[in-house]
Write a protein that binds this ligand. Structure first.
Ligand SMILES: Cc1cc2nc3c(=O)[nH]c(=O)nc-3n(C[C@H](O)[C@H](O)[C@H](O)COP(=O)(O)OP(=O)(O)OC[C@H]3O[C@@H](n4cnc5c(N)ncnc54)[C@H](O)[C@@H]3O)c2cc1C
Length: 409
């Protein structure tokens, strides 16, 4: 039985971000990850179908973690503008980086690039061990949790963290309750090539069947005139099944129509993947010696691309609170520190989740008068610089009780 300060179950983007953000605390950290990330030498030319819109606040956290240099050396795509429109009407809002006096609002990055950058960052610290094993059993031992690995090694953590994703075993086995509901939506994701270049604009029409996110990609870092985009087409289950069953030409045509030809014709699309979309929120993020971060604590509709951005903020705030406790000579599970983590993150995450839920409902099929109002509202908002500035601040991740890591580059 080995005593460890912090055991993080799950070495996805959030778990590795937490480990690297905690490195400076001097605590002994062990990350358990059943599927270690593979490096660029194993990556095909094609894009990872899972990409994320990373806010500027998350970029700062990734810099703080020591992962940004690697990430920046890969083919990441900055986006400077967002174009959101009502596919069922005339409502249209555009957001420009220049309205916030910045050069770009964020980057579109393949998940595997982020995860591998964080993995490299963790490897640079002697106090972090990444164990390529899953957790086999979890049991209670003298008031703490005993983690048994697949090879039967046993770890006794002072702090146990669930960073093991939406179907978190840690959350379930340590007795956290959760509120969840099925959106009745699936997200269909793929990479597409369009006739016209995307111009570094992230686009999102709200269609009758659900929102369609079109995120700019670059084949090469210097490729300003790229025609490649990653799409997340959220649609009711029936429509998503139809999209999945289409042959490539039919799918490309359906996407061209959905985008109203704004990128010209969709000339090519890669293999499609479909994910069921669920909203889930743990009623608590902490117990006496367990903490949940990122998707283990909350999942939401991908329509605003906020999932992992919220997760990185969780990781950075938890690392800040635990490090502060340790610096003051206290235990990493000092109750005030853990409570502050929950207080700082839960309110912000709830606000984000309810806003996204509101958006989703507003754009669900609604009666004609409400649709007219919705379109007028969008056009009015487009002319309102103060309200747009407020939304831009959220879109860049600079809202809520930010950890220091998110504020400074
Ligand atoms: C279609 C779609 C599009 C999205 N787009 C965006 C976007 O643009 N921007 C954004 O911010 N978010 C986006 N998200 C959300 C984002 O992908 C998630 O929030 C993010 O992947 C969660 O990361 P995580 O590290 O919490 O969990 P995961 O990525 O699920 O990682 C959990 C890790 O834990 C490991 N694990 C699980 N159980 C065990 C165990 N027992 N032992 C050891 N290891 C274990 C797994 O192998 C995995 O590596 C999107 C989501 C979807 C579905």
């Amino acid at each position: 039985m080995t005593q460890v300060d912090v055991v993080i179950v799950g070495g996805g983007m959030a778990g590795l971000a937490l480990a690297s953000a905690l490195a400076g605390s001097g605590l002994r950290i062990e990350v358990l990850e059943k599927q270690l990330p593979l490096g660029p030498e194993t990556w095909s030319d094609g894009f990872d179908p899972r990409v994320s819109a990373i806010t500027r606040a998350s970029e700062n956290i990734l810099r703080f973690c020591g992962a940004w240099d690697f990430i920046e050396s890969q083919r990441i795509a900055p986006y400077a503008d967002m174009d959101v429109w009502d596919g069922e009407g005339t409502g249209n809002i555009q957001f420009h980086a220049s309205e916030a006096s910045v050069e770009y609002l964020g980057h579109i990055i393949e998940n595997r690039v982020i995860q591998y950058g964080l993995y490299l960052a963790c490897q640079a610290h002697e106090n972090i061990t990444i164990n390529a094993q899953g957790m086999d059993q979890l049991s209670r031992e003298n008031g703490t949790w005993l983690v048994t690995l697949e090879d039967k090694t046993q770890l006794l953590p002072t702090l146990l963290v669930g960073a093991d994703g939406g179907h978190s075993t840690i959350r379930e086995r340590t007795g956290f309750s959760v509120r969840e509901w099925d959106y009745g939506h699936n997200g269909v994701v793929t990479t597409v090539e369009t006739e016209k270049p995307h111009g570094n604009v992230a686009r999102q029409p709200f269609l009758a069947t659900g929102p369609l996110g079109v995120l700019p990609l670059r084949q090469k870092l210097s490729n300003e005139e790229s025609h490649l985009s990653s799409i997340v087409w959220s649609a009711d289950t029936k429509t998503a099944a139809e999209l999945m069953a289409m042959d490539e030409a039919t799918f490309n045509h359906a996407l061209t129509v959905a985008l109203e030809g704004r990128l010209g014709k969709v000339v090519r699309s890669e293999r499609r993947f479909s994910f069921p979309l669920q909203q889930r929120h743990a009623t608590d993020y902490i117990s006496d010696n367990v903490a949940l971060v990122a998707d283990a604590a909350h999942t939401l509709h991908p329509l605003a691309g906020q999932g992992i951005n919220m997760g990185f903020l969780d990781a950075a705030v938890l690392a800040e609170e635990v490090s502060n406790s340790v610096r003051r000579g206290l235990s990493p599970i000092e109750p005030m520190g853990l409570k502050r983590y929950q207080r700082r993150r839960k309110g912000h995450n709830l606000m984000m989740m309810s806003t996204m839920e509101g958006f989703k409902r507003l754009f669900d099929v609604v009666p004609m008068p409400l649709r007219l109002l919705r379109n007028q509202g969008m056009s009015l908002l487009n002319e309102h610089p103060i309200a747009k500035g407020h939304i831009l601040k959220h879109a860049m991740g600079f809202a809520g009780d930010l950890p220091e890591a998110a504020q400074s580059a």
